[in-house]
Ligand binder design. Structure first.
Ligand code: NAP
Length: 270
């Protein structure tokens, strides 16, 4: 694509997007630039990938990017000078920042041609993520294609039409990887408790999660059917599932998701 794309921030998520865009030949290095706060991350990303690096937001903007990706931390948005951001016209803004609403982005970039708010997740770092996103207003075909390329570099995409769902997406897929990592740790701990040695406990827990996730992906069956396939009547798995049910595992997870959703709403409205 022959557009200039500027990244504010050069950390983990931005690095994943930049490398994927270059690998897929969607953008060439001379059309991509970045800046960061203390030079460290932008310098490293520029050296590794050949993209341009600028001292700060103001010098990045002097290059007049067609697309500006906001990939710094949410609390760092305020550090970008309003007198510059508010004059940027005809730019497409793509925010990957958690908790920053479209209204807040419109205040910061009132002359943008369109604004996208998105919620990626960490599997995006290896191209296996899922990202929910919303346009501030109806998007033209060109902008839809750009966003498809840029956010699609992190994995699958879900376009939504009501911003309130961003908080729900945050609670499911945004925080979701941490739920699975915690579940993996819980299995590892349980393995230690029943007497397995440390390395065996860790290897069994991790490979069981990896193998099960791959099986969900490759099989046409719903996870519930896959679960039923390993649950023989009166067998070991049934004993464990009954214990989960007695301890109301599904309610525990539903409560955790609601807590994450409520916290996301609080942060978005702060
Ligand atoms: N990681 C995730 O799983 C995930 C998931 C969903 C959404 N997100 C969102 O993605 C964004 C980036 O997350 P990350 O994990 O990639 O963060 P990160 O690795 O900490 O990177 C943050 C980047 O922002 C730069 N920065 C800070 N202040 C700046 C400023 N005033 N001007 C320009 N650049 C500035 C930092 O520069 P220095 O290094 O020089 O300080 C760094 O390059 C966050 O907003 C987060 O909410 C992340």
């Amino acid at each position: 694509m022959d557009y200039k794309i500027g990244f504010v921030g050069a950390g983990k998520m931005v690095s994943a997007i930049v490398k994927s865009l270059l690998n897929s030949n969607s953008f060439s290095a001379h059309n991509i630039s970045c800046c960061s706060a203390n030079d460290g991350t932008s310098d490293a990303l520029s050296k590794e990938t050949g993209i341009s690096r600028f001292e700060n937001f103001s010098t990045l903007i002097s290059e007049k990017p067609d697309i500006l990706v906001l990939g710094c931390k949410p609390q760092q948005l305020a550090e970008l000078p309003d007198d510059i951001s508010q004059k940027m016209n005809e730019v497409l803004i793509l925010s990957i920042m958690a908790g920053i609403t479209l209204d807040r982005l419109k205040q910061k970039f009132p002359l943008a041609r369109n604004i996208v708010r998105s919620m990626p997740n960490t599997p995006g770092l290896i191209g296996a993520g899922i990202t929910g996103f919303i346009f501030a207003k109806d998007a033209n075909l060109e902008d839809k294609e750009i966003i498809q390329k840029v956010l699609g570099s992190l994995g699958k995409l879900k376009l939504i039409h009501d911003e309130k769902y961003i908080d729900d997406i945050t609670a499911i897929s945004g925080s979701g990887p941490a739920y699975l990592f915690e579940f993996t740790c819980a299995i590892e701990n349980a393995a230690l408790e029943i007497g397995l040695e440390k390395k065996l406990a860790k290897d069994l827990a991790i490979q069981t999660i990896i193998g099960s996730a791959k099986l969900i992906e490759k099989s046409n069956l719903h996870p519930q059917e896959l679960r039923d396939q390993v649950t023989s009547p009166n067998g070991t798995t049934q004993a464990a599932l009954e214990s989960f049910s007695n301890d109301q595992l599904r309610n525990i997870i539903a409560r955790a998701v609601k807590s994450a959703r409520d916290r996301s709403r609080e942060l978005s409205n702060a």
